[in-house]
Design a protein around this ligand. Structure first.
Ligand SMILES: C[S@@+](CC[C@H](N)C(=O)[O-])C[C@H]1O[C@@H](n2cnc3c(N)ncnc32)[C@H](O)[C@@H]1O
Length: 229
């Protein structure tokens, strides 16, 4: 399946289209400009390790407040899946048409798999630019996760192929700071930004930080918006 540009809303954002969608073994898959036809990568949500999630840094960063979690940068759905497997309702927002199509297909397959269906049922996927969609999507939400593409490193180990493909499709999310501003403009009591250890905060100094082996979670709490006990 070849995809052409899709309508993604009226905010300026130009998805790169060097990547191609295709069907591999009945799954929607994505391959890079130089990759052979049939070698595309699809998402396998069932392969994500969801054991011992209580101590998972992302689950701890999101916390236990009531209401759904908005994953404003759904990508390949790994974070949304972990949060849903931990019991949260998740609204996942992705603006790139190809990446949205990959995740939509993976969620449909998960909904049709008895061992995964209960987790998939907790995720609602939207194809939108979260800078605009948050106004409605975040109503009644407890928290918003913002995980834009990481800034390029001077030196980096070769990333796994799926991450390289997302980079090829998306680029660098240069408007990530605007997304944080949009998240902070909602009434969600907690905003979480996932950052590489070496990167500065995307906005002001966060109120709390949770460090994991690979990333840092910058947490912005708004106590005046927290539900009264
Ligand atoms: C680093 S990836 C997210 C990875 C994701 N957390 C996961 O677990 O797979 C960033 C994704 O956010 C998407 N994105 C960036 N800004 C966005 C926005 N304003 N609205 C919706 N999606 C956005 C990009 O298209 C990209 O797919």
């Amino acid at each position: 399946m070849e995809c052409t540009a899709a309508r993604i809303g009226d905010l300026p954002h130009n998805p790169r289209m060097g990547v191609t969608l295709e069907t591999v073994d009945g799954r929607v898959a994505m391959r890079g400009a130089g990759d052979a036809p049939g070698s595309g990568v699809s998402i396998d949500l069932g392969a994500i390790d969801v054991r011992a999630l209580g101590g998972h840094p992302l689950v701890r960063a999101v916390g236990k407040g009531p209401g759904p979690v908005i994953d404003a940068t759904a990508g390949l759905g790994g974070d949304a899946w972990i949060l849903a497997a931990s019991g949260r309702s998740v609204v996942a927002i992705e603006r790139h048409p190809h990446i949205h199509a990959l995740l939509d297909d993976a969620l449909a397959r998960a909904r049709a798999t008895p061992t995964l269906a209960h987790v998939a049922a907790r995720i609602t996927l939207l194809h939108a630019d979260a800078r605009r969609a948050l106004t409605d999507a975040a109503q009644g939400a407890w928290s918003i996760l913002v995980d834009p593409m990481f800034p390029p490193k001077a030196k980096s180990a070769l990333a796994p192929r799926d991450i390289r493909l997302v980079k090829e499709a998306v680029g660098e999310d240069p408007d990530a700071a605007d997304l944080l501003v949009a998240a902070l403009a909602t009434a969600a009591p907690r905003i979480i930004v996932k950052r590489p250890h070496e990167a500065p905060p995307l906005g002001s100094v966060p109120h709390h930080v949770i460090e994991s082996r690979l990333v840092r979670y910058d947490i912005y709490d708004r106590p005046h918006l927290m539900p009264k006990p």
